[in-house]
Design a protein around this ligand. Structure first.
Ligand code: AMP
Length: 285
């Protein structure tokens, strides 16, 4: 595996690389990330991973400085997975001058995570667009773990006519259901045993909807209350239609197969997000 830091060198390396499949990450790699590398391998001749902790998508009081950076271990994992190229630019390489041009995400970017992390999707879309222009991949893999991100990136690719196929990867979970995340490292042992409640809660709501319930607001409120009772600070528990992430019709006209239940909540000092499909399915709506 070649480790490349400069845009120029990367461009040269990829000139005759065939079909390029790209997986952007912020590092501190776990099995979830590695599953995306395997998926990328199925779609491309040359798998490019990137590691870049993107300052633009962190709020002033968020964890940019303490975000786990484990480059050597990450490099070894990618090497073992047979990744062809690791693009690991410095901040200077990515933001040689202050990034004053930004991508304006669609209105849904101000909802859910965007409501609680103002500017987050501006930062995500801007860095993803830059990475897409640098790598010029044929396909790019994004995890369903970050469902709103996946949908917003997909919309950006469509509206800007980028010739890139976005491939969704299923969420990889620990045995107790907790979605793998770099931020799980922040959890204390006690919090780690409590953490799977978020997933269980989302699954319970999804199962209730699959069983015929359409009183989404009640289900959301009960979920929020239950998490709060166990010490969580809940940002949102939300039932949405997978198409456009719009709020479902209150009288249950949305087909349950299209519904998704999303949640974000903080346990101690750690903010966790997760989501489930009402009807589990491969791929994305
Ligand atoms: P991050 O390094 O957190 O920016 O994530 C990089 C990519 O990995 C994103 O597309 C995430 O959605 C994806 N990802 C993160 N956690 C998981 C997981 N548990 N399972 C599958 N994909 C994941």
């Amino acid at each position: 595996m070649e480790v490349i830091q400069s845009v120029e060198t990367l461009r040269e390396r990829l000139e005759r690389a065939g079909r390029v499949a790209f997986v952007p990450t912020m590092g501190n790699l776990h099995e979830g990330h590695l599953s995306l590398m395997r998926l990328a391998r199925k779609h491309g001749d040359c798998v490019v991973a990137s590691i870049f902790v993107n300052r633009l998508q962190f709020g002033p009081n968020e964890d940019f400085d303490r975000y786990p950076r484990t480059f050597e271990a990450d490099r070894e994992k990618l090497e073992r997975e047979g990744v062809d190229v690791l693009f690991a630019p410095t901040e200077q390489e990515m933001y040689a001058t202050p990034q004053v041009y930004r991508v304006q995400p669609p209105p849904v970017g101000d909802e859910l995570d965007g409501q609680f992390r103002p500017g987050f999707f501006h930062g995500v879309c801007t860095v993803v667009l830059k990475l897409f222009n640098i790598v010029q991949p044929d396909i790019a893999v994004f995890g369903k773990k970050d469902r709103q991100q996946l949908k917003i990136v997909r919309g950006m690719v469509q509206q800007f006519n980028l010739p890139i196929q976005i491939v969704p990867g299923e969420t990889v979970r620990a045995d107790d259901g907790l979605a793998l995340s770099s931020r799980n490292n922040y959890l204390t042992p006690v919090e780690r045993t409590e953490a799977p409640r978020l997933y269980r809660m989302l699954r319970e709501i999804a199962d209730a909807i699959a069983g015929g319930r359409t009183d989404y607001a009640n289900l959301e409120a009960a979920g929020r209350a239950e998490l709060a009772r166990h010490g969580w600070k809940v940002d949102y528990i939300a039932v949405r239609n997978g198409i456009g992430l719009r709020i479902p019709h209150p009288e249950g006209f949305d087909h349950p197969n299209l519904l998704i239940v999303l949640g974000a909540a903080t346990l101690g000092a750690t903010r966790l997000i997760d989501n489930v499909d009402v009807t589990p399915k491969d791929g994305e709506d």
